[in-house]
Design a binder for this molecule. Structure first.
Ligand code: S3P
Length: 450
């Protein structure tokens, strides 16, 4: 089992790109596989989560060719052969690994097929709630059994079914639930409508539009007509702002630093992290240089003494994945940071309220835990500690950033999990740690097959 050993840095001057967006890579694999022809996907995220979804689509008949891969990980440039919405029965149960997005979106896709399928995942995924998708999909006529030891949890056994459209008001603001219902709606006759309690990331809707599938939007409701066949297209995945967030916090909290992150996805349903760091005192500019489909641009940030902030309820769905690293920024800031209305954190890869609070305390931070969040009294000096990721990629990476500011050495245990979302994180961390002694190289090595 691998670990990170992190010591404090005194400078951060870097320019690089983070790997492709995880949410968009899942969706590109799925919609490419449903499309009516060949799709070329560039900057696909070769993480375990997204490679599992790509393999799931292969198991359903949509094969792909790898044109370029990130050495030691998986494809970053590939060609998917779409099946024009006619998937084939998988020969074996489908492994979704650690990925809630993969499992929930695939369940939506498979709910209305004329064949049976089974989705399973690792221990973390097998303890996450699946009722949030089996309930609406069941209302559409899907027949999904949850076979997990924990009630309502994976593995999911999906029986053949013919779906009827519904209008569904989601009880939680979840892009995964929205996407599962929209994908199921593509396989039903008529109009399926989903109403969100708050805005969630809109990558599914934007990517459907890139594949010429029409959706209608009215306030927070989205409708889709079944029977549309996605038109094949080429798609370039922007860098993942949730991966960028780790380095943005590192630079923001270090006065005198300057960081330029290139070609990052700047979809407004994901950029609340930038607003929060600006509010905390970081100097930042974002320049969108490509705005078709998904906005892409560069983010430049300069560090400054940070101050605490209150995360607004309306911001929570937009920055839910960034909260662990925002909590680290809060510990480094002067004053109080309040994070509430974030109960969803308890059902992520780990209970991220508990794992963040416990690990911050282990490093000397002053934190109060609430059922739906935490309050951090910033400005208490952090010290090195032995930190467990509990197998959660974002906990491992957030605490590697904390280690850059802690006295002595911080050891983060159980770090293989970072490969679920950020292959190459260790390389970038190393480059930042060694920047003071040599010119750091942030380029991740690739192998071309084209
Ligand atoms: C995701 C949606 C979010 C996020 C997850 C990716 C997606 O989950 O936490 O990492 O790609 O749709 P919820 O939709 O459950 O909030």
């Amino acid at each position: 089992m691998s670990e990170f050993r992190v010591t404090p840095i005194s400078t951060l001057h870097a320019e690089f790109s983070v790997p492709g967006d995880k949410s968009m890579s899942h969706r590109a694999a799925i919609l490419g596989g449903l499309s009516n022809g060949i799709c070329t996907i560039r900057n696909f995220l070769p993480s375990e989560d997204c490679v599992n979804t790509l393999n799931a689509m292969s198991a359903l008949g949509a094969r792909h060719e790898v044109l370029e891969e990130l050495t030691g990980y998986g494809p970053i440039h590939l060609r998917i052969h779409g099946k024009s919405m006619k998937l084939s029965a998988p020969a074996a149960p489908i492994d979704c690994g650690n990925s809630g997005t993969g499992m929930r979106l695939l369940a939506g896709l498979l709910a209305g097929q004329p064949f049976a399928s089974e989705l399973f995942g690792d221990a973390s995924l097998s303890s996450r709630p699946m009722g949030r998708i089996t309930i609406p999909l069941g209302q559409m006529g899907a027949n999904i059994e949850t076979l997990g030891e924990k009630p309502g949890c994976a593995p999911l056994l999906i029986h053949p079914a013919k779906l009827t459209p519904i209008t569904y008001e989601m009880p939680v603001a979840s892009a995964q639930v929205k996407s599962a219902v929209l994908l199921a709606g593509m396989f039903s006759d008529g109009t399926t409508t989903i109403i969100q309690p708050a805005e969630t990331r809109d990558h599914t809707e934007r990517m459907l539009a890139s594949f010429q599938v029409k959706t209608r939007h009215e306030g927070n409701s989205i409708s889709i007509d079944g029977g549309q066949i996605p038109a094949s297209c080429d798609f370039t995945v922007p860098g993942d702002i949730s991966s960028a967030a780790f380095w943005l916090v590192a630079a923001a909290a270090l006065p005198g630093s300057r960081l330029l992150l290139k070609d990052v996805g700047l979809n407004p349903t994901r950029t609340a992290i930038l607003k929060v760091l600006s509010r905390m005192g970081a100097h930042m500019s974002e320049i969108v240089h490509h705005s078709e489909g998904e906005p892409i641009g560069n983010i430049e940030i300069q560090g400054a003494p940070l101050k605490g902030t209150t995360i607004l309820e309306s911001e929570v769905p937009n920055l839910i994945d960034e909260i662990p690293v925002i909590a680290v920024a809060a510990a480094l800031a002067q004053g109080r940071t309040i994070i509430r209305n974030a109960r969803e954190l308890r059902v992520k890869e780990t209970d991220r309220i508990t794992t963040v609070v416990d690990n911050l305390r282990a490093m000397g931070a002053v934190v109060e835990e609430f059922e739906d969040g935490m309050e951090i009294e910033g400005g208490h000096p952090l010290h090195g500690a032995v930190i467990d990721s509990f197998g959660d990629h974002r906990i491992a990476m957030a605490f590697a950033i904390a280690g850059l500011f802690a006295e002595g050495e911080t050891i983060i245990r159980n770090t293989d999990c970072v490969n679920t979302s950020y292959p190459g994180f260790a390389h970038h961390l190393d480059a930042i740690l060694h920047e003071r002694s040599q010119a750091a190289d942030f380029t991740l090595p690739t192998i071309s097959h084209a």
